[in-house]
Design a protein around this ligand. Structure first.
Ligand code: ASP
Length: 349
């Protein structure tokens, strides 16, 4: 029987930050501070909060410093407390900086496939103790959603909206309604102070299957193994080659034009073909935040197909990058990696 309580894991971010001479820095002692902030909520909200324990990382960070090693540590920490007889929590809430929150949420989704309970990632635009802060409200909503047995995936909760983690993007630098899910509808919303899940949108009814966590070693991919290149008008083949043909690069996200177009430039297409010919994974999405690429609709996109570039459909950049890291970290054949990239593993495409 799973424990009825939730586990809140504090990784850092504005939510727990405190002022310093250099600006806001990650603070400590989060459990006492969080419980004090939740005491400021209206009595009805306080009464509806589920029980939770808190795990505070000893080294909370500004999430702008996060790397694949941080995604890996977090997934492993959740996995350890998921099926451990003494310690199996009913759900998890991750407190994270907003800057790279969607990267972490996406990576967790690929590592923790087949979740049968919720992992809800949240943060805030203002620290817990700041006047008018959004922190306590976001944590309240995240806890309420994480306690729902029907939520069985990695989700992002922010400003009362619940979004699929692997579909979410940071949308505003400082507005409270700071996240969006441009190509997938909301999983749920807080309505009149209560969490509401929209039926049929969650992985529980779509493709959850049995828990099948994949926790490969990411350390070899820290740094520059997967790169991200947004095309610009006039991009030159030699600059593209400098990145893609670098020995340390094993995969790349290409952000191309509109519905999947690139310049019909034989040198550029040659660099792309040489890159995939070396067994590297190349995937393309659009620079438009809304809508999928449909490579090959225009002659100007045909070259991507011929060069072996994979369609990223309507995936977010975060989902493509973390999926490439996840696939490259595993001992899969090139064909298997390409096939898994094109398959929806956790509702990311
Ligand atoms: N720089 C902060 C972070 O990502 C921003 C935030 O949390 O809102 O950790």
């Amino acid at each position: 029987m799973p424990n009825a309580s939730l586990l809140v894991i504090y990784t850092g971010g504005t939510l727990g930050m405190v002022p310093s001479d250099a600006g806001l820095v990650p603070g400590h002692d989060i459990e006492a501070r969080l419980r004090a902030a939740l005491k400021t909520l209206p009595p009805a909200s306080q009464a509806s909060l589920p029980e939770f324990d808190v795990l505070e990382y000893p080294d909370p960070i500004d999430s702008s410093a996060a790397t694949p090693a941080d995604w890996q540590r977090l997934a492993r920490n959740i996995a350890e407390r998921y099926s451990n007889a003494d310690d199996d929590y009913a759900g998890f809430v991750v407190l994270h900086g907003t800057d790279t929150l969607t990267w972490t949420a996406s990576s967790l989704a690929f590592q923790l496939q087949g979740l049968d309970r919720a992992v809800v990632v949240t943060g805030s635009q203002l620290p817990l103790e700041a006047d008018g802060s959004d922190a306590a409200g976001n944590v309240e909503s995240a806890l309420r959603f994480a306690a729902l047995p029907g939520l069985q995936e990695v989700a992002v909760c922010f400003a009362g909206k619940l979004m699929r983690g692997v579909r979410t993007r940071k949308w505003h630098t400082h507005g409270f309604d700071g996240f969006a899910s441009p190509n997938y509808p909301l999983l749920g919303e807080m309505v009149d102070g209560a969490p509401v899940l929209y039926p049929t949108r969650g992985l529980d009814v779509q493709q959850r299957g049995l828990p099948r966590f994949e926790l490969p070693e990411y350390s070899a991919l820290d740094g520059s193994a997967v790169v991200r290149i947004a095309l610009w008008p006039g991009i030159s083949a030699h600059l593209l080659a400098a990145w893609l043909l670098d020995d340390s690069v094993q995969g790349a996200l290409l952000e191309v034009w509109g519905s999947g177009n690139i310049p019909e430039n034989p040198e550029i297409l040659g660099v792309l073909a040489q890159t995939t010919g070396e067994g590297k994974l190349l995937a393309a999405i659009s620079q438009c935040p809304h809508g999928p690429v449909s490579i090959g609709t225009y002659a100007a996109g045909r070259g991507l197909l011929d060069a072996g570039v994979l369609s990223g459909d309507a995936m977010t950049p975060e989902a493509v990058m973390t999926k490439l890291v996840h696939l490259l970290a595993q001992p899969l054949s090139g064909a298997k990696k390409r096939q898994r990239f094109m398959t929806a593993l956790v509702g990311e495409r």
